[in-house]
Design a protein around this ligand. Structure first.
Ligand code: FAD
Length: 420
């Protein structure tokens, strides 16, 4: 067992959310910011396995603002993070058009451009969309678009490190004790090159860690103990398990989302951005191919990275898309993957200080997770806002209070309906 140097702020999880927070804290002068992760490469993290879409067309004004501020930042660093303002095109039936008309005033007052198109305009823009009988038209967000999530995460990390933050690999949080003197964190050290199976089983083992907030497991030689001033739960799909380790309940769940990569011979989608079919299938050009996915609402809760392969593609992707375009009848499946969404009960993120119930724990435990499928597009703004809250007591950038985890008990859900 080793004792590590004392960080002032320990961040658990180095995905796009933990990395953005580390950058924001360090660039605002916070000393001793250390980010811990069992796998800095992040091969099973959501930041690695997502679709790279960024858009501000949400229902909740606060979610619109989080995306708008983040996309402004991505646009200012477009080459570094691979951002392209290639648009989000939502194909909609009459009910879908009515929902979008409800949100139009929100987007206009946030200064976020959108256009409502009839079917003729949709057909002129995307002539290959030739099965339109059920459509009322489309809603287009020209500043929405795509980026490279891996480049974004590395960008946040590089800036964080340049400002003094540290990233520590191979450490999996397994225990914690919080009191008036600080936070004691107990980590298991993973082997140097864990296999995919070892990583999956390390994450699954978190569900078996004793609760709540105890350091009951006997220390082993592979353990590391860290004393910190404050800790932040940025563990994405594993935030619920980390919450239990830190001694509080988190209502979020993780759930599989699958993505397929496929080919459409003779059709070049490269001039287009993200497109969303009313069936829920989304797709965009990806390195000469097409990336498409769907968030199946009846997917069972729990860690599952299995990819359904040809059967998933045929049933969930090919079927609806072949009913949208005669060109799509020729789609050919290549491969795909399963990743995890981290979903809160109202599908908005959970951000802020955790009320642990223990007076001695006040100001010690913070959280930023459960972005419910839109963490990449919110990452920059939410990192800055939480850093301001932690360092200055309040965020100037945006109001964080509505994101507090305590909102569910208070009956103040931030219900987001514009989700994919
Ligand atoms: C298929 C799919 C498509 C998506 N598409 C989009 C999209 O188009 N646009 C968008 O904005 N979002 C999208 N998302 C959601 C987005 O990927 C997530 O919201 C975002 O990546 C969350 O980042 P994170 O840093 O919170 O979590 P993660 O990237 O999962 O990072 C969490 C980190 O915590 C670490 N960790 C876990 N347990 C421990 C522990 N015990 N100790 C220390 N560290 C630990 C993990 O190793 C991991 O690196 C998609 C997600 C999926 C799965």
């Amino acid at each position: 067992m080793t004792a590590e140097a004392r960080p002032q702020i320990a961040i658990i999880g180095a995905g796009v959310i933990g990395s953005a927070l580390a950058m924001a804290l360090a660039e605002r002068g916070a000393k001793g910011v250390v980010v811990y992760d069992p796998d800095l490469e992040g091969s099973l993290s959501s930041s690695e396995l997502n679709a790279g879409g960024v858009r501000a067309t949400f229902h909740q004004p606060l979610n619109v603002l989080c995306s708008k501020l983040s996309i402004d930042y991505f646009a200012a660093h477009a080459a570094e993070v691979g951002y392209r303002a290639c648009g989000y095109l939502w194909m909609v039936d009459a009910a879908g058009m009515a929902r979008f008309e409800d949100s139009e005033a929100t987007w206009r007052s946030a200064g976020w451009p959108t256009e409502a198109w009839d079917v003729a305009k949709l057909s002129a823009y995307a002539p290959f969309i030739d099965k339109t009988d059920d459509l009322a038209g489309a809603v287009f967000g020209p500043r929405d678009g795509l980026l490279n999530p891996n480049l974004l995460k590395l960008h946040f990390r590089e800036r964080a490190k340049a400002a003094g933050a540290t990233f520590v690999d191979r450490l999996l949080l397994r225990g914690a004790k919080i009191d008036g003197t600080g936070v004691e964190l107990r980590f298991e050290r993973l082997s140097a090159n864990p296999t995919r199976e070892e990583k999956e089983s390390a994450y699954l083992s978190l569900d078996r860690v004793p609760s709540p907030g105890s350091v009951k497991e006997s220390p082993s030689d592979s353990a590391a103990v860290v004393s910190a001033e404050r800790v932040v739960n940025c563990a994405g799909p594993w935030a619920k398990a980390i919450a239990r380790i830190l001694g509080y309940d988190c209502p979020a769940v993780n759930v599989r989302r699958q993505i397929s990569l496929f080919d459409c011979r003779g059709l070049d989608l490269s001039p287009y951005g993200m497109m969303i079919d009313p069936s829920g299938v989304y797709f965009h050009p990806e390195a000469g191919y097409i990336l498409g996915g769907i968030a199946e609402r009846d997917e069972p809760i729990g860690q599952n990275f299995r990819y359904g392969g040809e059967e998933f593609f045929q049933e969930k992707i090919w079927m609806p898309l072949s009913e949208r375009s005669t060109k799509f009848e020729a789609l050919r499946h290549l491969n795909g993957w399963g990743g995890l969404y981290e979903v809160s009960p109202d599908e908005s993120a959970i951000i802020g200080e955790v009320e642990t119930g223990a007076p001695s724990g006040t100001g010690r435990v913070f959280e930023s997770h459960s972005y419910s499928g839109h963490g990449v597009m919110h990452s920059y703004a939410c990192g800055v806002a939480l850093a301001e809250r932690m360092l200055d007591g309040k965020s100037k950038l945006l109001e964080l209070e509505p994101f507090a985890g305590s909102r569910f008990a208070r009956g103040h859900a931030l219900t987001e309906t514009a989700v994919i």
